[in-house]
Design a protein around this ligand. Sequence first.
Ligand code: GLN
Length: 512
Amino acid sequence: MSDLTRMSAAEQAAALAAGEVSSVELTEAHLGRTAAVDASVHAYLDVSAEKALASARDADARRAAGDDLAPLTGVPIAVKDNIVTHGQVTTAGSKMLEGWVPPYDATVVTRLRAAGLPILGKTNLDEFAMGSSTEHSAFGPTRNPWDLTRIPGGSGGGSAAAVSSFQAPIALGSDTGGSIRQPAAVTGSVGVKPTYGGVSRYGAVALASSLDQIGPVARTVLDAALLHETVGGHDPLDATSLTDPVAGLVEAARTGELEGLRVGVVRELGGEGYQSGVKASFDAALAVLEAGGAEIHEVSAPSFEHALAAYYLILPAEASSNLARFDGMRFGLRVEPAEGPATAERVMAATRGAGFGDEVKRRIILGTHALSAGFHDAYYRAAQQVRTVVQRDFAAAFEQVDVLVSPTAPTTAFPIGEKIDDPLAMYLNDIATIPANLAGVPAMSLPSGLSDDDGLPVGLQIIAPARQDALLYRAGGALERALTSGWGGSLLDRAPELTGTTGETEPTEAQR
Ligand code: GLN
């Protein structure tokens, strides 16, 4: 077998089952790829080669012994570094947690280990998952494998870059306002935010608990479904976990058809502010949906115009409360005040001053202000009211159609440095992804093609009603098949070759 890292997770699983390859060989191949390219991409904050190889040997031994295996046993994976891993450093991209070794596993990690997926390492993110470019990581930005001068999206740029640069076939991410879907869109990968509560949040470093959701990042819709089924389902350790069984996703991804699917194009998630190449790619994908037998309708969700503003009040409010635990006493960093007595309050102030980056401080200040007596009604309560209206707009839209579609993000990957000093410009990247978080409904981003502006990947978002994640996989799987047959292969086959550690790429045909 020539290049193992080019195989999808499903292909790797099939090769393992056929005895054509071992988990150790697969794991070594991906670690080798990381050694060759990650100095230029910086997808990983920590690579755990020894531990990954030990679990690969274990997976191979289980297979040799004829044990009961899971569909992905032996297939390696990367994990976003705001998901805790027992005995493996977890930083959430913050100096606050630099070197912190969690004493327990997140439920999703427990499930990965039980299913025998070697964890290759922990991927980079914006500090505490706040951002849309991975530039807010305390440990330096991740670069987009399609163009190393550009951002890989955020906050989960590391997971998306690892998958799209063939350093891992699949990865876990977290999505509070788009951090799985927007990085997937700008790197040509597939990302899914499951229904709120569909995948356990136990052991995810909390950002905004009513919005946070862990989910899969992959190169194909089928691989995302396989991972979603591996980690999803009820968890008594998460108080908001759904009791629904997570099933039928893989089947839907494999066999889904477009015939008769009622697809709603959300009027408010398009138009002004969306790059022309993004719109063109989206329109072309609509034509493919229609040619496949889907019915296209226009639907309106007027409240979506206010979703971004509501989100940027609710998220900071919840984050300011969740981040109160980083006090210099319980976890990670502790900084003594430069002078004067080291009272608890002064240690806290010194620690938080030194440990948090600018974006995190900005949101803590915003959030405490929005929650404070006298401002609570004007800001936090008003935002919650918008949230209710967003939920009603979704409910009304889903009376007319089965799924909704939009571009995932208004632009393709922008240059590193372009928006870092302009928080509002950064927040606007989330305009199309945020409504799904506010309503708790599931959403997927998959590649719709390359922008004719700049030759970079464009993502299409599919949104389904709560608990109907299988519909995402039905529509996404079918659309992916139709698109890739038109392209003659996966979009990522057209990504430039990363030529080792020099940080150079060959331009693609479209970029020339
Ligand atoms: N870009 C969004 C934000 O900065 C998304 C965050 C997320 O999904 N973790 O809040």
